[in-house]
Design a protein around this ligand. Sequence first.
Ligand code: ZN
Ligand code: ZN
Length: 174
Amino acid sequence: MIFPLIISNKYYIVIIMNYAGPTDDVTLLRTKCAQNKLKLTPQRIAIYEALRGAMDHPSADRIYRRIKKKYPSLSLDTVNRTLLTFARIGLTKTVEGYGEPKRFDSNMRPHHHFRCLGCGCIDDIHSKSFDNVAVSSKLKKQYAVQEKKVVLEGFCKKCQGKNKKICQTIRSKT
Ligand SMILES: [Zn+2]
Ligand SMILES: [Zn+2]
């Protein structure tokens, strides 16, 4: 959608927005809720929309903080339970993590992750060679592998500056 904003006859600013109508936004949520006999409540829509627009693999707490102003009656517990329901019905995935609050992924296509040990940011990585990582026949006998995901851990660009010494040591070892 393009909104021209005319300032004078010489200058004008054009604001380009990617705006998908509200009905498009919740189509998948509506379908999944119907399939799983869940009600399409305003809370579920709000949480789903906050998750959909998030590229940072947010925790329930982060989603809660983003929408609590607009939906003051919503509790963190509801957000948490709703996100877990979304994960169960295939609207989000939980990101692997150990001993930390669960993080949720809005990207449902197969991809890999980079996790920063400094600030905790998680970035999506798309890599053909990671997709093609082979699972040995020995492992296949032991486990029914459903999905292969590579997780890289280290320091993001921002944190590399703050942890210069640690990063140099890691680089010299690898
Ligand atoms: Zn970082
Ligand atoms: Zn992801």
